[in-house]
Design a protein around this ligand. Structure first.
Ligand code: DGT
Ligand code: CA
Ligand code: CA
Ligand code: ZN
Length: 582
């Protein structure tokens, strides 16, 4: 089996890497620039790359000569390129990362490598701290200090934990490629990605195959890989260009897959406790499998077999944080009907060109239907949200006419009339009740004046909940991961009130939000508060956010019955109203 064909972006990435490697080699600027130009041309072209290669027409692209065309053709047809392999073998991969530092060009990087055998950013940091760099020609004590500053900056920018929603699409792309790799039996994410933690340090992947080498090669040469950080017999680590994400892949024989997957899924705390339970029963559980006291190995085909062996319910990865799931599984109290993506019938929370969205209502409706949703709640911003093109009351009424039109034009699908109404500073809602009463879905959100203190903000939210027109509190804490802290308020008091008054809490799936977050979902569920999992879509591609909301809800132990948009449209609307009529 051959690796999947390389696409434009993958070929362009390789050309850029070749350009950097040629610079390290000291090639002339003209030759180096040809590869960069080639990468630009590929990324800018509209034609299908495969077709151009087959027809031998690559040289028709401006800036691509015969020599480069041949190399691109070799890459596209064989997935490999002799020159690239040679260059990569000639330099340690860490040199490319060193090139990203502000202080260092190819000459300096090569001097560090040739004179000091500094081959990575980590080596370089150590050498600077030990004062070994200043002795080199062209460097000094000052440049040592500058390099250290550059490394600190590099680590601040690149060392941050990544947001789950930003990472999952990359992970899914890699898993697709790995599934098609030679001999692969099973593949899975592991680590924090599989547990759907809200941020991810690095991505862990696992595959089973009789032979690891060819599978590791598929990762090492996958499109989007910037640097191969290391490659051994059963393991390969790479850094992706996009988001500077590190990915670790392990490949092992299929009989070890389940126990390795369990080990590398973690969390560490969960795994350590299970090892203890195993010990009590006379089993040694490790990365290498489950062994009896006499050293013989048990065959564990699936993770579920491991939990069964320990006399407990199977625990979904999202719950493996040692936060009560082990006790619950031992006592059989773990929910069997955790929310799944397939349960969700309606997409909640969307914006169109009527406010700050990018697509028309009809485009949103058709895209949502294509993804399998039965309905989409149209919830533009209200008038106070001037910055987001919030609607005046009259505009809202005009929008209903368009919604009716789209609903006729798209059979079998329904746009629901709603609003994301601003919760004003006083806790009042931004429209008159006479308008809100005519809507099918009212989400209330805090968008302005985040700076109130805990007391004021708690009162603001509680008083908004006094309005019976309000169905759902949108992104209840207002946090933006890595960007903005949640506004302060007394969560438990608000959740108690929501339970009492039938106000629903949103689990917003926008990658920067995940709000409520998993811990808060769990608090809400414990109080009997109902939820919606939302997309907060400002364009059609955002409709995929539902997966991140579902992940967060599962991580908060939410069951299908607690999430209202698992209902069809009419029961959904009826339930929202009934909750508030109590
Ligand atoms: P991250 O990468 O910081 O988002 O979090 P994780 O959970 O993915 O952690 P990572 O990548 O360091 O390790 C992946 C999994 O491997 C971890 O969830 C559990 C397992 N693991 C790593 N180190 C240890 C260890 O020292 N003991 C045990 N039992 N498991 C470990
Ligand atoms: Ca990890
Ligand atoms: Ca890892
Ligand atoms: Zn919104």
């Amino acid at each position: 089996m051959s690796p999947p064909p390389l696409d434009k972006a993958a070929v362009a990435r390789i050309l850029r890497e070749i350009s950097l490697l040629l610079q390290l080699k000291g090639e002339n600027a003209f030759k180096v620039r040809a590869y960069d130009t080639g990468a630009d041309r590929l990324l800018g072209m509209t034609q299908e790359l495969g077709a151009l290669v087959r027809e031998g027409r690559l040289t028709e692209l401006p800036g691509i000569g015969q020599g480069l065309a041949d190399k691109i053709a070799e890459l596209v047809t064989t997935g490999k390129l002799g020159l690239y392999e040679e260059l990569k073998a000639a330099f340690p991969p860490g040199l490319l990362e060193m090139l990203q530092l502000p202080e260092l060009g190819p000459k300096k990087v090569m001097a560090l490598w040739n004179e000091l055998k500094v081959g990575s950013v980590a080596d370089l940091e150590k050498a600077c701290r030990e004062g070994r760099v200043r002795a080199l020609k062209g460097f000094g004590a000052r440049s040592e200090a500058k390099i250290l500053e550059g490394i600190a900056l590099h680590q601040r920018v690149h060392g941050k934990r990544k947001r789950l929603g930003d990472v999952l699409p990359t992970v899914e792309g890699l898993l697709e490629r790995l599934k098609a790799a030679p001999g692969v039996v099973r593949v899975s994410p592991a680590g924090s990605v599989r547990r759907r933690a809200e941020t991810v340090g690095d991505v862990d992947l696992l595959a089973s195959a009789p032979e690891a080498g060819p599978v590791l090669d598929v990762l090492a040469t996958a499109p989007g890989v910037a640097v191969v950080l290391g490659k051994g017999e059963s393991k390969c680590s790479v850094r992706m260009t996009e988001g500077d994400l590190q990915v670790d892949l392990r490949v092992l024989p299929d009989e070890d897959f389940a126990t390795a997957l369990h080990h590398f899924t973690g969390s560490k705390a969960h795994h350590v406790r299970l090892r203890g339970l195993g010990q009590d029963k006379g089993y040694k559980i490790s990365e290498w499998g489950v062994h009896r006291a006499d050293g013989t190995k048990l065959l564990i085909r699936e993770e579920a077999d491991l939990y069964k062996l320990l006399g407990m319910q199977d625990i979904p990865p999202e719950l493996r944080e040692d936060s009560g799931e082990i006790e619950a599984a031992l006592e059989g109290r773990l929910p069997e009907d955790l929310l799944t993506l397939e349960d969700v019938r309606g997409a909640v929370h969307s914006h169109s060109t009527w406010s700050d969205g990018r697509n028309s209502l009809e485009e949103m409706a058709r895209a949502a239907q294509a993804l399998g949703f039965q309905y989409l709640t149209v919830t533009e911003h209200s008038q106070a949200a001037v910055y987001a093109g919030g609607l005046k009351e009259e505009e809202l009424e005009r929008q209903w006419e368009e919604i009716d039109r789209v609903n006729e034009a798209v059979p079998g699908f329904r746009l629901l009339k709603g609003i994301e109404v601003d919760i004003l500073e006083t806790g009042a809602l931004d429209y008159r009740d006479s308008v809100l009463e005519r809507l099918e879905v009212v989400i209330g959100s805090v968008h302005i004046r985040h700076g109130m203190d805990e007391e004021q903000m708690t009162r603001r939210l509680l008083s908004a909940m006094d309005n019976p027109c309000l169905n759902i509190i949108g992104h209840p804490t207002g946090r933006l991961i890595h960007e903005r802290e949640p506004y302060p308020f007394r969560m438990e008091e608000v959740l108690d009130r929501a339970a009492e008054r039938g106000v629903v809490m949103e689990v917003n799936g926008s990658p920067a939000r995940l709000d409520l977050k998993a811990e808060h979902v769990r608090q809400a569920v414990q109080r009997g508060v109902k939820l919606v999992v939302s997309v907060d879509a400002h364009k059609i591609s955002d409709l995929h956010h539902v997966a991140f909301a579902v992940a967060t809800a599962r991580k908060g132990w939410a069951r299908k019955g607690e999430v209202l948009n698992t209902l069809p449209a009419d029961p959904f609307i009826a339930k929202l109203k009934a909750l508030r009529a109590r």
